[in-house]
Design a protein around this ligand. Structure first.
Ligand code: GDP
Ligand code: K
Ligand code: MG
Length: 264
């Protein structure tokens, strides 16, 4: 059976949407090794299961709990990801969205909390956002179920992966190519995503990569790339440099697709 994963920041409405999209629980328990609730349900439409992943701000885990989502993405193969984002906190939410886009699987954005966004004067041009990110964006209010049928409809259509890509600059792009060159073409992961996550300091991805590239080479590559960044006069570590470049792109997306009405 096809698996669809629900991913997003904490408190964005994942569980609310999960309940709206599923007709029955298949499984409720805990993720292995942690006391974080794991829920799997049957989708109301079609033959697929929906998995409610724990809320995270980044795929780079800082704790065991936060590691669940990245481990899931490394070890399972969801056919589609529904990324639920809080429309009233879009800028903060897009950091994870971009990492999920870079993962390279078909993705659909549930733009949630549009009622709160509206009450705060935040207007999101969802068509523009969809065009800038290269994926469908469906406005929803998960608490009331508004827009959830459109999510089901979108899931029924053939999904394709986004071609969204950030140019991280010459130094990072060189490191990405170097990693790409050393990986077999038939790995079930996007090389570019693995490389970016590794350079961002994601140790789960590094562990995986070390099956194909010796750890000492990975360390050498990482240190050499970080030194090049520092030699340009940047005070950044490698992870914070990548975060900075990504954030610049997020700011430009927000600038194009979001308007805040000033209330007088
Ligand atoms: P999760 O942590 O991502 O699973 O989020 P939940 O589904 O538990 O939702 C967090 C809180 O936001 C709950 O109090 C929900 O009732 C509320 N919520 C979810 N979706 C919406 C929405 O679209 N609008 C509003 N106003 N509240 C929502
Ligand atoms: K919650
Ligand atoms: Mg939840």
């Amino acid at each position: 059976m096809k698996s669809i994963a629900l991913a997003g920041n904490p408190n964005t409405g994942k569980t609310s949407l999960f309940n709206m999209l599923t007709k029955s629980y298949e499984y409720v328990g805990n993720w292995t090794g942690v006391t974080v609730e794991k829920k799997i349900g049957k989708l109301k439409s079609g033959d697929a299961e929906l998995i409610d992943l724990p809320g995270i701000y980044s795929l780079n885990p800082l704790s065991k709990d936060e590691g669940i989502s990245i481990n899931y993405l490394m070890n399972e193969s969801p056919s589609t990801i529904i990324n639920i984002v809080d429309g009233s906190l879009l800028e903060r939410n897009l950091n994870l969205t971009i990492q999920l886009l870079e993962y390279g699987k078909p993705l659909l954005i549930g733009l949630n909390m549009v009622d709160i966004a509206k009450s705060r004067g935040i207007r999101i041009d969802q068509k523009k956002l969809a065009r800038l990110l290269g994926v469908p964006v469906v406005p929803i209010i998960a608490r009331t179920g508004s827009g959830c049928d459109e999510i089901l409809e979108q899931l029924g259509q053939s999904a394709s992966s986004s071609t969204f890509q950030i140019d991280y600059g010459e130094i990072i792009e060189e490191a990405i190519s170097e990693i790409d060159d050393r990986l077999d073409a038939d790995l079930p992961y996007h090389h570019r995503w693995l490389a970016i996550q590794f350079l961002e300091g994601n140790h789960v991805v590094k562990d995986k990569l070390s099956a194909w590239i010796p750890e000492k080479d990975l360390n050498e590559m990482y240190n050499r790339t970080e030194k090049k960044i520092k030699d340009t006069g940047e005070s950044h570590t490698l992870p914070s440099y990548i975060y900075k470049v990504r954030n610049e792109r997020i700011k430009s997306i927000i600038g194009e697709a979001v308007y805040v009405e000033s209330k007088s």
